[in-house]
Every structure is written in C-alpha cells, then in structure tokens.
Design a protein around this ligand. Structure first.
Ligand code: LFR
Length: 489
C-alpha cells in the first residue's frame, strides 16, 4: 500500500468545493482547496423563466480547484466527483444541449401527471422502490417530452457523470446516482419495459458503471490545461452526494440511524437489501443504492433549505442575517409553537420562505411565528420533529433496533437542531463529520487507487478515529417510541 492524495469535487445545491485528502494506511487528512457558490440561473425560455444549473460555471470553478490541488500535492493520483441527484444534461454527438434544469424548476408537474396516467404511484413504487419526489428523473424526462429535446438528444448524463465526461471523455452512469432516477428496477437494471410504456427512449443514459470503478485518465488537453499529470485518473465514486456521505458515517448500521443534513435532510438506515412494502410506500421511504451495494432506506426531509431560503429572504428585505446570531436568539424563544409539516410541497420552490411558513399556520388557524427568532425556532423545531419521525419510521419499517442517531453534513454544526432531535427521540445524537460527503468521495477513490483497503466498516473505523463525533444526550428519558412533544428550554 502506497500513500498519496486524491481530490474530491463535491457539488452541493448551494455551494461546491474541491477537497484534497492525504491518505495512507491508518491516515486520513482532509483539506479544502476551493469553495465556490452554486447560484442557479433563471433564464427566459420563450414562455417563462426556467430554473437551470450553471454547469459550465461549476465546471470552471471545479477545474480551478483541481489545478490548485495539483499545485499543493506531491502525488495526486485521482479525482472523484459527487453532486446532488436526479438532474441530468442532454447531449448530441458528445455536445451539451443547453443547461440542465434545476430539480426545483416547476416544469415537472406535467411529468408527474403523465407518468401516473400510465402507472399508479403504488405500482411505480413496487417497481423502483423510490419515494415520491415530484422532481425524480422519470418525471423530469416525462415533462421533457413536450420540449422536443428528447428527439434531438442521443444521450443524457447525470451531473457528476457529465463532469467526469468533460474531464475524461468517457461516459457512464454511476450506480448510486442511477438508483435515484426512478428508471431502474429494484434489481438494479434499467426498467426498459417501463421506459417503453412511457414512450421514453430506453437507451438515453449510458451503461451503469459500478461504484469505485475507473472512468478513465484525464483527457491530455485537460491535464495540460490544469497542470496535472496525464496519469491522473477519475474514479466513479459514490457520485450521489448522499451515498458518499452515508459511506463515511462512522456508524454501526445494525443499531444506528443517520441524518445526512445539508440542503436536504436524508433520514434513514442502511440495509443489506431493499425493503419494498406498502407501508414503506405510505411512509414515502426510498431504497437508494449506497456504496458496496448497500441500500439507503431513507426519507427526504426538506432540510436546511428552509433555513437558508429564509435567510435569503431576510437579506432581500435588507436585513443582514447572521445564522449563528439568529440560532442563538432562537434557542432563547420560550413561546410554545406547533411544528409545521416540513414535507409540504409548498416549501419546495425558491421564494419568500417566511411568508409561506406564516401562511401554513394561518391557513390552519394556528398561531404563526412573528419575529425572526421565532421563525428560525419553528423551522429548527419542525425539522427536529420531522427527523425524529423519520428515524422512528425507518426503524419500524426495517426492523432495525436503533440506539443512536448520527447527524452528518452542515446540520451537524447546528447545535440547536442536534439537541432538539436528541430530545424528541430520547436517543443520543452523534454529530459529525461535517464533511461526510467529501470524505465518502475520497475514501472510495483512495480504495480504488489502493491507498487504503477494506470494506465499508473499515472505512468508517478510519473516519471515527480521525473525526470523533460530538455527542448530544437527550434531555428527556423518553423512549424512542414516545411521541409526546417536548417543551424544550
Ligand atoms: C441531497 C440530494 C438528495 C436528493 C436531492 C435532490 O443533496 O442529493 O439525496 O434527493 O439532493 O437531488
């Protein structure tokens, strides 16, 4: 076993980063070399302003980060790319056909109706095992039919696969991210019969490539442009950011649940095989594929999006919002409020979040939060409630005796959120690492390059040693099954 460095391009819905890990046997050091905003663009499409990702801009920033990584490293052997799921770019003869749509763009409603006309939601669940999210690739493609673009495109690539293609010239559909499209059967193969039934092309996405396989070396021109060795290779890591994060959670999946909390809060357990049941469908639990063929049985909670979109509104209102300050004020709020339903689809689109939250309460004749501190408090309190529900449901539906909950990602730095989640569950919440996604990315890359060896648990042991979690003990003695609401201090 050698030692060396690998770089991770980790694209999140609000920001992207390039991280470098210096890895050898029993050694794992992670450093950020670049961080850049991911600002979606609203572009007039002839009928309306549509929401898109600025992929060329993100690629440019990622490349600048890679060049910087190359300058800082003495032996940069590889690169891995991960991002949010479901979105894709279309190509013809290798060229990009327009900017990919953002999953929060409103166009997918048409696609949902079109798909459900052919296949009932429960039938679809029994085929692909995925929770209903209105923006899953299958619905986006169905909506795309009207645009005519599908007649022109000869291939489509998921976001990390597109970056990988631009870096290497090689195309594939990485397994973990493919599992979020809704286009695979629960056995992991493309559901060509369903695609035909929906009138969608069956061969739009390239063949599945397994997590951890080599995509290829950098294109010579790319290597030269970035000042990197042409021997640097791109690994198809767990390219779905949540799959990467879960791979790096220092947990024992037999007795722990997890919350991967960034823009979204992904709440669930890791299982050896999918659980596809009517109860799972009702609870809207998904079976996405993780590293090493594990199953991420989880539910999407709206996540820190509620908070970041609220802060954006305060800034638009001319108030210089400081998250740490607002959270400190929120922790002091003593007025009891009902929690709101964070899953309500009204919160999905960008826009005035505090107003939408107020309306949610008004429409139900409930007392709405008035001040900024109260608004932040109900958001955090409602997220904690949704997390606790998600953990209980995941445990019950999968028969996992959950004894502790791991919180990773940006949410693990939110002490109020961690504490309230622990309180609501009556279970300890182990917070960190904050950079779980980048860690999962580099660990899978490093293993592919022979810098480390072992299974998922060996990788998790390495993370646990390097990034010991911060434990939030519940301030109640309630058991996990208890559903009383805690009036927290
Ligand atoms: C988290 C995430 C979720 C996915 C959502 C949309 O960043 O990847 O797992 O459901 O974004 O792609």
């Amino acid at each position: 076993i050698r030692s060396g460095q690998v770089a991770a391009i980790d694209l999140g819905a609000t920001s992207g980063r390039v991280m470098v890990a210096d890895i050898g046997p029993g050694r794992l050091e992670l450093e950020q070399v670049a961080r850049f905003a991911n600002d979606p663009v609203q572009i007039w499409d002839g009928r309306r302003t549509a929401l898109h990702w600025d992929l060329p801009g993100l690629y440019n920033s990622a490349c600048a980060g890679l060049a910087e990584a190359g300058r800082q490293c003495d032996n940069l052997v590889g690169v891995g790319v991960d991002s949010w799921a479901v979105d894709y770019a279309m190509l013809r003869e290798g060229r990009l056909l327009g900017l990919p749509h953002h999953y929060r763009d409103e166009r997918t409603a048409v696609g949902v109706d079109a798909v459900h006309e052919q296949l009932s939601p429960v039938d679809l669940y029994l085929r692909n095992g995925l929770q209903f999210l209105p923006f899953t690739t299958i619905y986006q493609l169905a909506a795309e039919k009207a645009s005519g673009l599908l007649d022109v495109a000869d291939s489509a690539l998921l976001i990390p696969d597109l970056i990988g293609y631009w870096l290497t010239g090689e195309r594939g559909t990485e397994r973990t991210n493919a599992s979020t499209t809704g286009l695979l059967r629960t056995d992991g193969r493309w559901d060509t019969a369903m695609l035909e039934q929906l009138g969608l092309p069956a061969d739009l996405f390239p063949d599945i490539v397994e997590t951890g396989s080599t995509l290829g070396p950098l294109l010579p021109a790319v290597a030269e442009h970035l000042g990197l060795s042409p021997a640097t290779t791109v690994t198809s890591v767990a390219s779905h950011d949540t799959a990467a994060a879960v791979a790096a959670i220092p947990m024992d999946p037999e007795s722990a649940a997890y919350i991967s909390c960034g823009t979204w809060g992904l709440v669930g357990v890791e299982l050896p095989a999918p659980v596809v049941s009517r109860a799972g469908w009702k609870a809207n639990f998904t079976n996405e594929v993780g590293a090493d063929g594990r199953i991420r049985f989880l539910h999407n909670v709206m996540g820190l999006w509620l908070l970041s979109e609220t802060l954006r509104q305060y800034e638009r209102d001319g108030y210089r919002a400081d998250l740490a300050e607002l959270l400190a004020q929120a922790a002091e709020v003593t007025t009891p409020f009902d929690v709101f339903d964070t899953d309500d689809q009204t919160f999905l689109a960008p826009g005035d979040m505090p107003a939408r939250i107020r309306s949610w309460y008004d429409e139900r004749g409930l007392r709405p939060p008035e001040t900024r501190a109260e608004t932040v408090r109900v958001i955090v309190e409602s997220l904690a409630a949704a997390f606790a529900d998600g953990v209980r449901q995941a445990a019950e539906l999968s028969d996992t005796p959950v004894q502790r909950v791991h919180m990773v990602g940006g949410g693990s730095q939110n002490r109020l959120l961690c504490q309230l989640t622990a309180d609501r569950l009556g279970l300890p919440v182990l917070a960190g690492p904050v950079e779980a996604t980048a860690l999962g990315n580099v660990l899978i890359s490093a293993r592919a390059h022979g810098l480390i060896e072992g299974d998922l648990q060996a990788m998790r042991t390495l993370v646990a040693a390097q990034f010991p979690p911060h434990v939030f003990h519940p301030r109640t003695s309630r058991t996990m099954a208890g559903d009383a609401v805690l009036a927290s201090t």
